[in-house]
Design a protein around this ligand. Structure first.
Ligand SMILES: [Zn+2]
Ligand SMILES: [Zn+2]
Length: 298
């Protein structure tokens, strides 16, 4: 899984930060989380191909999170894309929906676009990968997205041999979760598999307060990418605007026992983010603020 921060700014872009957006590449396709102005250029710099985008998951319909959609849609028609593109988000405002419908049914459109209204739960599945949505709390309906890659359980070869299973096809059967019979005795996969249910988990939560009720969903995540729009000095303002502070997010990461916390959606007011990282790290040491075009492997 290749994860690229295509932008990391809140509300408006700055010289060093484009608007917050994440690109993830897996199994030869790209999914985008949000698609603000500037996404196309950031994708070019990151060497992520537009043609490979299968799904775009929009957190909410605030302009700093989706205004890049129309340009991206048009570019791909100019590129004569034929593959369908799926766009997910909360229920769209009728004025936007009208505009979208007009564009995607226009004569120049070379490929189908499906717009899906997001509901909590699993949205998309491909191979071992799934994307699910959870509710966030912001000034308009907003969703957080969780990308999970299921990993195969580990096979305990020593134990299998001890139980009398001969090396060969029976090993494969057990590894794929099927029981085998050895000399009239049934050997179940769970007897020879370790770490059943292993997975890699990436959470992308922008434009929300740190929401305790989501701890069960982000629990033990490998990476929690969370908006950090304000510092703890502006806690009242963060509460009022339904955004997060560095400390608030760090507390959430700690309670959810995530492995790594990466802050994004950074206000242009922060000339540098040292203080913000310090604030987060005082509660949750493995904290970091993303930079544009920064890459993470998972
Ligand atoms: Zn925003
Ligand atoms: Zn917003």
């Amino acid at each position: 899984m290749r994860i690229v921060f295509l932008g990391t700014a809140a509300s408006l872009p700055s010289k060093n930060r484009g608007l917050a957006c994440l690109g993830v590449r897996f199994l030869g396709e790209v999914v985008l989380f949000d698609c603000p102005e500037g996404t196309q250029q950031a994708m070019m710099k990151a060497k992520l191909s537009y043609g490979k985008i299968s799904n775009i998951f929009i957190s909410h319909w605030h302009e700093d999170h989706f205004l890049g959609l129309l340009g991206l849609i048009q570019t791909q028609s100019l590129n004569e894309r034929t593959e369908p593109l799926h766009i997910w988000g909360p229920k769209m405002d009728t004025k936007y929906l009208k505009l979208f419908k007009k564009i995607i049914t226009g004569k120049k459109q070379t490929y189908p676009i499906e717009i899906h209204e997001v509901k909590v739960g699993k949205l998309y599945e491909k191979g071992e990968f799934t994307v699910s949505a959870v509710k966030l709390k912001h000034t308009v309906p907003s969703f957080g997205y969780i990308l999970i890659e299921k990993l195969p359980s580990k096979f305990n070869k020593k134990k299998a041999i001890k139980l009398g299973v001969p090396e060969g096809p029976m090993f494969k059967q057990l590894q794929s979760g099927k029981a085998v019979k050895v000399k009239g005795k049934t050997i179940k996969p769970e007897q020879v598999l370790k770490e059943i249910g292993r997975e890699k988990k990436l959470c992308y939560f922008v434009d929300t307060i740190p929401l305790e009720e989501n701890i069960k969903h982000i629990k033990d995540a490998d990476i929690l990418i969370h908006e950090v729009t304000f510092s703890e000095l502006e806690e009242e303002r963060a509460k009022e605007m339904l955004h997060s502070t560095g400390k608030g997010v760090a507390k959430l990461a700690k309670k959810a026992n995530v492995k790594r916390l990466i802050g994004t959606h950074i206000s242009a007011r922060f000339k540098d983010t040292k203080e913000l990282v310090k604030e987060m790290s005082s509660v949750f040491p493995n904290s970091h603020i993303a930079k544009d075009l920064e890459e993470v492997q998972l």
